[in-house]
Design a protein around this ligand. Sequence first.
Ligand SMILES: [Zn+2]
Length: 232
Amino acid sequence: MQNVDLTADKEGPASGRIQRANSLAGDVYEAIFAQLMSLKIPPGSRITVDNLVREFDVSHTPIREALGRLEGEGLVVKTHLIGYRAAPQITRRRFDELYELRLLLEPAAAAKATAALDEERLAVLQEAAGVMARRVGKDERLRYSNFARQDAIFHDKIMEFAQNELIRETLNHQHTHFHIFRLMYHSRVTEEALDEHEAILAAFAAGDAHAARKAMKVHIENSRDRLLPAFE
Ligand SMILES: [Zn+2]
């Protein structure tokens, strides 16, 4: 079972040369990730290594590395003799199942996490939510993909603090946020979620487990309703 650590530190060793190589690989990865999340590379479409080599003016190595990493995250599928493709869009049925699963697990986990929160953990969640709110950078696609990743981290951190690793892994394994953010590329998806995250944080800060459960339920239901038009 793949268990992607969404919070993995990307900093490389202190050596300048290696660090440059790391940051090139990281930049290439981020650029392809942003294209996938913002639908510039549409779900199900062919991804040609040579095209990306030309587009980014880099060698094959960082492209292949990035695609391998994206494959591990469920965003890219590699087929023998055919090559890489963007993962297909999730089906309506899968979407419904995913939200049913989330509604069963995440509100309860938010309530449970409330009791486990201290200043330090609350700050971690506030930081994750804060990064999403900051509208930095000119590249709209990059901003969108950063939001998707940060949203994944925010929700995953709450699961971590709820202290059930099996539930956390189960949700992680769905790569929920990478799939749902690819349903449509629209600022509404990100802007409305910010207020809902604030409500969750306010309940956490007040130590109110009941309110945290409710705020998480509202957030997930609203998220579902925002994305449903993608299937029309
Ligand atoms: Zn969220």
